[in-house]
Design a protein around this ligand. Sequence first.
Ligand code: ATP
Length: 237
Amino acid sequence: MSEILLQTHALTKQYGHQKAVDNVDIHIKKGAIYGFIGRNGAGKTTCMRMICGLAKPTSGDIEMFGYSGNELTKVRSRVGCLIETPGLYPNLSAQENLKLKCKLFGINKKGYTEEILRKVGLSDVGKKKTKNFSLGMKQRLGIAVALLNNPKLLILDEPTNGLDPIGIEELRELIRSFPAKGITVILSSHILSEVQQTADHIGIIAGGVLGYEGKLNANENLEQLFMDVVKSNHREG
Ligand code: ATP
C-alpha cells in the first residue's frame, strides 16, 4: 500500500491577507483512509475544495493519479466528493435524485441506482421525499451521489456532522468498507475519537499549516498529538 495516489506541493489558498491553506504538502497512499483533522477554521474544507477542483489554488500544485496542472481534468472523474451539504432535490425520492444525477453524468446502466442505494444502506427508503429524510439519511444519499461516477478517491468533508451515535457507527462501517472496494478515502473531522476509529493515516492542520502527517497507530494518543501540533502552530484561524 505504498503507492501515493494524491499529493500536494506547497498548496496555498489566500483570501485577502489570510492564508487559509499555507504551503501544504499532503501525501495520500492508495487504499488509505486519511483523516484530515483540525479545529474550526483550520483550512480543511478549503484544502478539500481545491483537491476536488471547486476552488483554485493561489499557488502550489495538486498531483493525483500521476497527473497535475492542466492535466488534472483527465482524472477529475475518478474523484467523488461530499463537501458541505449534498445538493439534493428535496421533492424527489432518493432513487429519483440519483436517476437525475445519472442523466447529468451520462450514466445509463440498468439497476445502477438500486445498486448504489444498496451500497449506502438506503435500499428500503422507497418513495419518501428527501426533504423528509433524517440527517443521517441525507448524508448517506450524499455519499451515494459521490459514488455514482465509480470514484477511486472519495473526499468526505465532516461526513458524520450532526449524526447520532448509531448513525456515526453505521457511517463509520460504510467508510471503512471502501478501501476493500478499491476506494481511497480522505475524510475531515474535528472529532478526534471519530478519526481514531476510522482512519489509518492522519494529517493535522492548524492555522492553514499541515503540522503533522503520518500513520495512525492503534495506541496513538491522538488527543495529545493534536494538542501539541495545534499549540506549536498557534495562529488564529
Ligand atoms: P470547519 O471545521 O469550521 O469547517 P475548516 O477547517 O474546514 O473549518 P475552512 O472552511 O477551510 O476551515 O476555512 C479556513 C479559513 O478560511 C477560515 O478562516 C475561513 O473563514 C476562511 N475562508 C474559507 N472560505 C473563504 C472565502 N470564500 N472567503 C474568505 N475566507 C474564507
